[in-house]
Ligand binder design. Structure first.
Ligand code: FES
Length: 163
């Protein structure tokens, strides 16, 4: 499978990997077909995302998507952030193979789940947006389902070849 230089860059050098302490919102989603899981934690100040981290147990494209989403939404208002869709992320990454577009959905939906979590926590449930896909797991404050392993995902790829 051919990946753009940007995908490879974000896969090999993922930005904003990890989990924020005392996040204002947590979103965790899992793709029903491949079983891959993505978790995002956000900090919100004055209605803007001031910090965001991700953990992804998934394919190389999912790791690149996670990394790109965190860069795209930092500094944006919550309303601006949830407007970003999978095509915006794919374009920002210089394209994704058709087979990997669902990985892009996982990224935007993990972000939306985190923002929804913030809105629910802060008494604004009317703002909650719909996710693009159905997922194995949705908004969750449970401990991370990430394997914590460097072998696959978690932003710590063990080789240079995304799946
Ligand atoms: S997120 Fe499952 S194959 Fe990419």
């Amino acid at each position: 499978m051919n990946y753009s230089d940007k995908v490879m860059d974000h896969f090999i050098n993922p930005r904003n990997v990890g989990e924020l302490e005392n996040p204002d919102g947590v979103g965790q989603v899992g793709n029903v077909n491949c079983g891959d899981i993505m978790r995002m934690t956000i900090k919100v100040v004055d209605n803007r995302i001031t910090d965001i981290n991700f953990k992804t147990f998934g394919c190389g494209a999912a790791i690149a998507v996670s990394s790109m989403v965190t860069e795209m939404v930092k500094g944006k208002t919550l309303e601006e952030a949830v407007l970003i869709n999978r095509d915006d992320v794919a374009v920002a990454l210089g394209g994704l193979p058709d087979k990997k577009l669902h990985c892009s959905n996982l990224g935007t939906d993990a972000l939306k789940a985190a923002v929804n979590d913030f809105w629910r926590r802060t008494g604004q449930p009317q703002k909650v947006v719909k996710l693009e896909d159905e997922h194995l797991e949705q908004e969750s404050e449970e401990a991370s389902a990430c394997c914590g392993s460097n072998e696959r995902g978690c932003g710590q790829p063990s080789n240079g070849n995304p799946a």
